[in-house]
Design a protein around this ligand. Structure first.
Ligand code: FAQ
Length: 348
């Protein structure tokens, strides 16, 4: 059977586009929204970027919970700014995902219907002020470890969003460290509160990097496409290496009696991570999953009038710009007509 000539042409064009895409990836160049990309690459990016955006948006809740109860005006102002930054990160990331052909409405719908994933870490409760310190130090610390390499992600809009986000995350991590340091220099009750928060957030923060490499179905392809630059386990190891000296400065104990540097293997030896806990939380059965989604859905419903008002305002602005544009172009036409005899005059 012979291939019809049009099919052969399409096939050739497809192979050429794929070769161009592969060459860009190979040369460490950026893929931009205008470029052709394989469908699976586009879908993977939508999956990862939208999950990331949802994480930032849901991630506002555990700390938002403490804004009214922060122990001083200064702490309140700092926490409010941090939570606002997270909203901003979510918006950059939704915008990056939108360049791939999904709408913000679709992503929001997936989230509030409980169909979208977001980071497991935000499904744990925040019962004490020390949790704000532990979130900053451990959760933002893990986020930085994971996200600095994403600044070099092969997809341009994602990489560029990550550069701005990482600058703010490093400030967030330091403010968390500073909360814990103040508590550790305080009364025995404050030190106990700080250690208790570290005990509760340490293991979940290690789980943020995802399942171990041999159980991570997406890693190999995402690394081949240079979306991810390091595997989940490599980043987890790097994170532990960052925490150990910082824990010493703080005077807190990382809650793993087996934690030690294994010089022969050149890696941190840890106790076995409880992967069943990660699976349970990802499946929606963590302590706070239902409440986080309920709050997000309520906020979305209660914000309907704001979206309607903003859309109406945008519509009116557009109509005004259009009609003043029309007025301008018709008056330009008139003034062109009055000028025409001068400019077109042919000297005799
Ligand atoms: N939680 O094959 P892999 C922040 C899912 S932002 C929930 O290894 P991949 C800032 C995964 O999606 C924190 N689900 O997947 C902040 C996949 O499911 P799918 C968020 C998880 O994509 C701080 C399946 O398991 N950061 O903290 C988790 O190659 C403070 C198999 O996993 C990002 O999103 C998990 N922990 O690697 C805000 C960074 N782990 O989609 C407020 C960007 C895995 O096939 C306060 N994302 N899953 O159905 C990434 O780097 C990657 O997507 C990973 C997962 C590393 C999260």
């Amino acid at each position: 059977m012979t291939t019809p000539p049009e099919a052969a042409t399409i096939d050739l064009a497809q192979r050429e586009r794929q070769a161009e895409f592969d060459a860009l990836i190979e040369a460490d160049q950026r893929i931009e929204p205008r470029d052709w990309m394989p469908e699976a690459y586009r879908k993977t990016l939508i999956r990862q970027i939208s999950q990331h955006a949802h994480s930032e948006i849901i991630g506002m809740q555990p700390e938002g919970n403490w804004i009214t109860r922060a122990p001083s005006l200064k702490r309140k102002a700092i926490l409010m700014a941090k939570v606002q930054d997270e909203a901003g990160h979510g918006l950059y990331l939704y915008s990056a995902a939108q360049t791939l052909g999904i709408t913000r409405d679709e992503m929001t719908e997936h989230l509030i219907e409980g169909r979208a994933k977001y980071s497991s870490i935000f499904n744990y409760p925040t019962p004490t002020w020390a949790d704000m310190g532990a979130i900053g130090w451990l959760v933002d610390g893990a986020a930085i470890c994971n996200q600095v390499p994403l600044c070099r992600a092969s997809y341009g809009p994602y990489g560029r969003a990550m550069v701005r986000i990482c600058k703010e995350e490093s400030f967030h991590q330091r403010q968390g460290f500073e909360i814990l340091l103040s508590l550790m220099q305080g009364t025995p009750a404050q030190r106990k509160m700080a250690q208790d928060a570290v005990n509760r957030w340490y293991w979940p923060s290690l789980m943020m990097f995802g399942p171990p490499d041999d159980a991570s179905p997406n890693s190999a392809q995402s690394m081949a496409w240079k979306i991810k630059r390091f595997s989940n386990d490599e980043l987890r190891q790097r994170f532990i290496g960052m925490l150990v000296p910082q824990a010493e400065v703080l005077g807190v104990t990382l809650p793993d009696p087996e934690l030690r540097w294994d010089a022969s293997a050149e890696r941190w030896h840890t106790s076995e991570i409880d992967w069943s806990e990660l699976q349970e939380v990802i499946a929606g059965r963590g302590a706070m999953n239902a409440e986080r989604i309920r709050n997000r859905r309520n906020a979305h419903d209660e914000g309907a009038w704001v979206r309607e008002a903003a859309a109406e305002y945008a519509r009116k602005q557009q109509a005004r710009t259009r009609s003043s544009g029309e007025r301008r172009s018709s008056s330009e036409e008139r003034s062109d007509e009055t000028k025409r005899p001068e400019t077109t005059e042919v000297p005799s």
